[in-house]
Design a protein around this ligand. Sequence first.
Ligand SMILES: [Zn+2]
Length: 452
Amino acid sequence: MPNIKLTSFGATQEVTGSCHLLNIGGFRLLVDCGMFQGDRDNYKKNWEELPFDPKDIDAVILTHAHLDHCGRLPKLYARKYLGKVYATPPTIKLSRIVLEDSFYIMNEKAMKLHLPKLYSLTDVRKVFVSWEPVDYYKKVELSPDVSFKLHNAGHILGSSIVEIKAGDKTIVFSGDIGGEHMPLVKDIDYISKADYVISEGTYGNRLHEHFDNRNEKLLEAVKRVTSNNSTLLITIFALERTQDILKVLNDYYEKHLDFSVPAFLDSPMAWNATKIYKESLNYLNEEAQESLKTDRDIFKFPHLSITNNVRQSKNINSVSPPKIILAGSGMAEGGRMLHHFSRYLGDAKNHVLFMGFQVPGTLGHKILNGSFDFNYYGRSIKIEAAVDQIDGFSAHADKAALLKWIGHFKQPNKVLLSHGDKDVLEDLATSVREKFNFDTEIIKYNTNITLN
Ligand SMILES: [Zn+2]
């Protein structure tokens, strides 16, 4: 039987930069190659040389299209990786949008940090011609000893759990695990047989609010704009959360035809991603499929405008309240929302809604935690608007959902935890040991783990 060794080069005791290398008797299989994100020091890690030679990699599997999982793929090609990247068809389409957007953002970051370009547009295109689409549950043979299957991770459209057969061993990578009862994607697949489980643990120490409350809270804010004659700003993440929110708003507007408050989706990237949701309807859950029988477009409703260019974005300002603006970025680290903040944060009537967890250090986190002023290109704006957060639309499983998924395995040799901050993973590891009595280890950066 082949010797199997796991070495991780990212998402080790942190939440970004997912990159796991399996060496199966000399066959080198990489699962994800994501970008490091967060503060300046973390971003700089993307410029460090990869601690392995991409030329030696035999195959890459991508679990899903989030940047912290796919962002360093072009760098692999810049360093002469010549093989394929296996992923589901929606992951391939969404990654294209994410990688194109990231190319320009990374160039700006490089200039600011006085660093060379991370990779060229040619390297990004090399990724685009190397995709190998794989549907869920289809077995792919990579070598006489190595095969894999993708299962639904219920996290974002097309997201996968990877089940790898290496000789007589089964190794399961969770990728990112979805929240429960997501508005659009199907609920996660549970797997019972594995020798080794590599699980994410992003929210391994906390519970999300109940999914019933998230829609109610969003719609309350939506309805409040009419009584206040105000503007509601909703910060969005382009993948999944935008489409989830559009679906909830769609259902409300379609049912309340007298509700005519103009809504603006001010994010071309989010709209491009939404088009891919529309092309991938068989990946959506039963409820969404059911809605499609009566509503041809579950993301577009009366009074919703899509802005495609800067001029249209600026024109939103001339529309009198009440109005609703959805724009990125999700943690207010950039994007068109900053311009809207400058216009609307100073008025106590208005309302900002952050749609999910805000990483410490981001502007979103500062505003949510009582920052008094907003600095807009040197101009200080006093924050008077109400600020709120809805965390129930998170595409990530909370602690209860993670334990439910891990607990489904029948006595694995070991559970290995990644993709979570150190204290969060320690909390999750303790619960996994106490609840299921599984041997559990937290993965450390560039440290070999034998899986035999
Ligand atoms: Zn993710």
